[in-house]
Design a protein around this ligand. Structure first.
Ligand code: NAD
Length: 502
């Protein structure tokens, strides 16, 4: 397709075919602003074609009517093949989104493949037919609840964990027998395009998984409103989540939304400070803070606030930034110039509101979009930097006056995705966790994304849950099938309407 010196051009995947378009998106490496590749940009017509292909594949039953065990077998084969291609997938991912090689290996791609395998296992283990207790009133009968695929599922994905967060949608959708259309983020379509090709080479029938790179407001919006799409699964900003709800409402689609966060890291006065300092920094700065469940508000006992900030600063100074493919690099760039400017604007805004930058607070010279690891002290929970998702390497420190106060501050947020509690007393940690209004609470830990438990948010952090043993519920319809066992007309309660025939 290209010579070695040329930038490779990637095509859409629709109905098992490579599809080009007259428009091109240029993908940039956020670490050095080099051109990574170009990709065909899809529009509303390409979305329509992909939905039509997905619907046709669904209607033939080529995937939807396979047994769950057959689907699981194919999905495991795909996971194995993705594992064989892991280094290529890592390079595709980090070149577009700026993850360090350590993070891309462990989190971005390592988790993506492991979690896809988990969904294959779920296809095997899921209760596809659930007999209800025999009923005797008003007549003898037996009901069985069938779980059936919805049809065409749309997945709209962000750039921070492109493959992982896409497969959180594609995995359960395929396990349940749906067909899928993915609209990747504009910055990061390559890993899922490659995954779709791997999937087709390893037994996924054409048209079952379609990938249409394109602009959110054009291709994404068309997908979210398409009449033949039965469910939409989205991860991204709360603002776009609201818009997707509005678009999906036209045809009353099922939706799963995984939106923003403003996670509290609650340090109690008995915390092991060595672990808490490292844990709070880990919870905030992984992937340059571009993780929805990051702990971005450190809530620290007032009387150790100065000591804690000093220790955070000393430790954060050891976080190195450098080439993303260098195994010694701790932290990479942020995704683009717009995000970089937005992050700096939040920091300047916090200073204007009276907070103090204890570390960092500046961009680094380019090329690339770099922001120093930043710690902002003297923050109160009403400041903009404490209320809005910054999505950058920015930790704010807010003092608290004991467990009750910490819980009040933690819950005083529009968001409720994840929180952490740092304490040497497990019972105290559990008691605090019970009172936190968020979808995950980690006690003495951070960024624990375990595919065997549900993940998602309270409040404006989203609707529904991804992962966990019930993950297929959100990608299936429940159909109750009632079988009459009464033995004849005489036992029926039809006399509510009809008089008894003698
Ligand atoms: P975004 O919400 O704009 O984009 C996410 C996805 O939605 C992309 O695929 C995009 O093309 C698509 N999209 C955009 N507008 C759409 C529309 N009208 N209809 C359908 N799809 C649409 O996110 P962003 O602009 O890349 O980032 C902005 C902020 O969002 C970040 O600063 C961060 O706060 C938040 N964010 C959160 C997550 C998360 O994991 N929860 C991920 C990325 C970004």
């Amino acid at each position: 397709m290209t010579t070695a010196t040329e930038v490779q051009h990637h095509l859409m995947r629709i109905g098992g075919q490579d599809v080009d378009s007259g428009r091109i998106m240029t993908l940039i490496d956020p670490s050095d602003e080099s051109v990574v590749a170009t990709v065909a940009q899809g529009d509303a017509a390409h979305v329509d074609a992909a939905v039509a292909a997905a619907k046709a594949a669904f209607d033939t039953g080529v995937w939807s009517r396979k047994t769950p065990q057959e689907r699981a077998t194919v999905m495991r084969r795909i996971a194995d093949a993705a594992n064989d291609a892991i280094e290529h997938l890592i390079e595709l991912e980090l070149s577009c989104n700026g993850a360090t090689i350590r993070q891309a290996t462990g989190f971005h791609i390592g988790y993506a493949i492991t979690h896809f395998s988990y969904f294959a296992d779920l296809a095997d283990a899921y209760a596809w037919r659930r007999p209800a207790p025999i009923m005797t009133f008003p007549t003898l009968a037996q009901s069985v609840v069938h779980r059936e695929p919805i049809g065409v599922v749309a997945a709209i994905a962000p750039w921070n964990f492109p493959l992982l967060l896409t497969l959180w949608k594609v995995g359960p959708a395929l396990a349940a027998g749906n067909s899928v259309v993915v609209k990747p983020d504009e910055h990061t379509p390559l890993s899922i395009l490659e995954f779709a090709r791997i999937a087709e080479r390893n037994g996924l029938p054409p048209g079952v998984l379609n990938v249409v790179p394109g602009d959110g407001r054009e291709a994404g919006a068309r997908l979210a409103s398409h009449p033949d799409v039965g469910k939409i699964a989205f991860t991204g900003s709360t603002a776009v989540g609201r818009e997707i709800m509005r678009l999906a409402s036209g045809t009353v689609k099922q939706i799963t939304l995984e939106l923003g966060g403003k996670g509290p890291s609650i340090v109690l006065d008995d915390a092991d400070l060595d672990m808490a300092v490292d844990g709070v920094l880990y919870g905030c700065f992984v992937h340059s803070g571009q993780v929805c469940e990051s702990g971005t508000r450190a809530l620290v006992p007032r009387d150790i606030q100065d000591e804690f900030v000093a220790r955070l600063v000393e430790r954060a100074k050891t976080v190195t930034m450098g080439p993303t493919r260098d195994w010694d690099t701790d932290m990479g760039p942020v995704i683009n110039a717009t995000q970089q400017a937005r992050i700096l604007d939040y920091i300047r805004g916090a200073e204007a509101e009276g907070a103090q930058v204890a570390l960092g607070g500046q961009a680094l010279d380019g090329p690339g979009f770099w922001v120093q690891p930043t710690i902002v002290a003297g923050v109160t929970n009403d400041m903009r930097i404490a209320r809005e998702e910054v999505f950058g390497p920015v930790l704010v420190v807010i003092p608290h006056d004991g467990d009750d106060d910490a819980i009040t501050i933690a819950n005083d947020s529009d968001y409720g995705l994840a929180a952490s509690v740092w304490t040497s007393d497990n019972a105290r940690g559990l008691a605090v966790a019970e009172r936190i209004r968020s979808g995950s609470v980690w006690i003495n830990d951070a960024h624990q994304i375990n595919c065997q438990v549900p993940f998602g948010g309270y409040k404006q952090s989203g609707i529904g849950r991804e992962l966990g043993p019930d993950a297929l519920d959100a990608y299936t319809e429940a159909k109750t099938v009632h079988l009459d066992l009464s033995g004849g007309r005489a036992a029926k309660p039809y006399d509510i309407l009809l008089s008894h025939a003698d």
